[in-house]
Design a protein around this ligand. Structure first.
Ligand code: PEP
Length: 255
């Protein structure tokens, strides 16, 4: 496996934070700090911030994403947003299957698969989240859980479409808790995921697929996590809300 063969991507997940004015200010502050980034830089904003963030990022290397999308292209789905509307607003990426969606909004592996398909069909790049609960890690079934999540999420996704898929390994016990997986735990899981992609799509696709780690990654621990062979970037929650912190992680990924 060769890390140089794939793009490192640092993506911020702003979750339900930042007004439009704050979104504009954050992207404007970020622009000069990441202009020489040696990796992809993405900010996934609340829906209503997307157009503001796209405008503020115009002419820069910052890409904008959403945090979810529905699987239908239109219809009676009150409160939902189709992938095509995200595209229309200027989003290029979308996070699918985040553990907070699974935990609080009844997201299942099956709906993650449907949303992934819809996002790909609309021309979005998908940041596909997977990860085990604390109890599942303690029972030593991380591979079983993550393996099932990925296999179901990727049903009907072709080898060709895999170039638009980023996989984010996010152990649920590490998200927003301040508890980070050790670099070895992150590497073990990301390497397992790459091995699974190799089984599903072949070695070449596996080597080209970006596999991120997410879970309390910050300016201090990013360097060690990102130095691992199979960790190709990060999905960053809390630390993406302040430009200097996020930029420090971007800098660590570019090394
Ligand atoms: C996330 O929301 O995907 C995440 C990793 O959050 P945090 O960095 O705050 O743990």
């Amino acid at each position: 496996m060769n890390k140089a063969k794939r793009a490192a991507v640092i993506a911020g997940n702003w979750k339900m934070n930042k007004s439009r004015a704050e979104a504009k200010a954050l992207v404007e502050e970020l622009r000069p700090l990441v202009e020489n980034a040696g990796c992809g830089v993405v900010v996934c904003t609340p829906y209503l911030d997307i157009e503001t963030a796209v405008k503020a990022a115009e002419g820069s290397n910052i890409k904008v994403g959403a945090q979810n999308c529905h699987w239908a292209d239109h219809g009676a789905f009150t409160g939902e947003i189709p992938a095509e509307m995200l595209r229309e607003a200027g989003a290029e990426y979308v996070i699918i299957g985040h553990s907070e969606r699974r935990q609080y909004f009844g997201e299942t592996d099956e709906t993650v698969n449907k949303r992934t398909r819809a996002a790909l069909d609309a021309g979005l790049r998908v940041i596909l989240c997977c990860g085990e609960l604390l109890g599942e890690r303690q029972q030593n079934i991380m591979e079983e859980v993550v393996g099932r999540q990925i296999k179901v999420a990727l049903l009907g996704v072709s080898k060709e479409e895999m170039k638009n898929i980023i996989i984010a390994y996010e152990p649920v016990w590490a998200i927003g808790t301040g508890v980070t997986a050790t670099a070895d735990q992150a590497e073990e899981a990301c390497a397992f995921i790459r091995g699974l992609i190799a089984k599903l799509y072949g070695k070449e696709t596996a080597e080209a697929t970006t596999v991120q780690y997410g879970g309390s990654m910050n300016a201090k621990n990013a360097g060690e996590l990102l130095s691992k062979e199979d960790v190709d970037g990060g999905l960053i929650g809390g630390a993406s809300l302040k430009a200097p912190d996020f930029a420090a992680i971007v800098a660590a990924a570019g090394k």
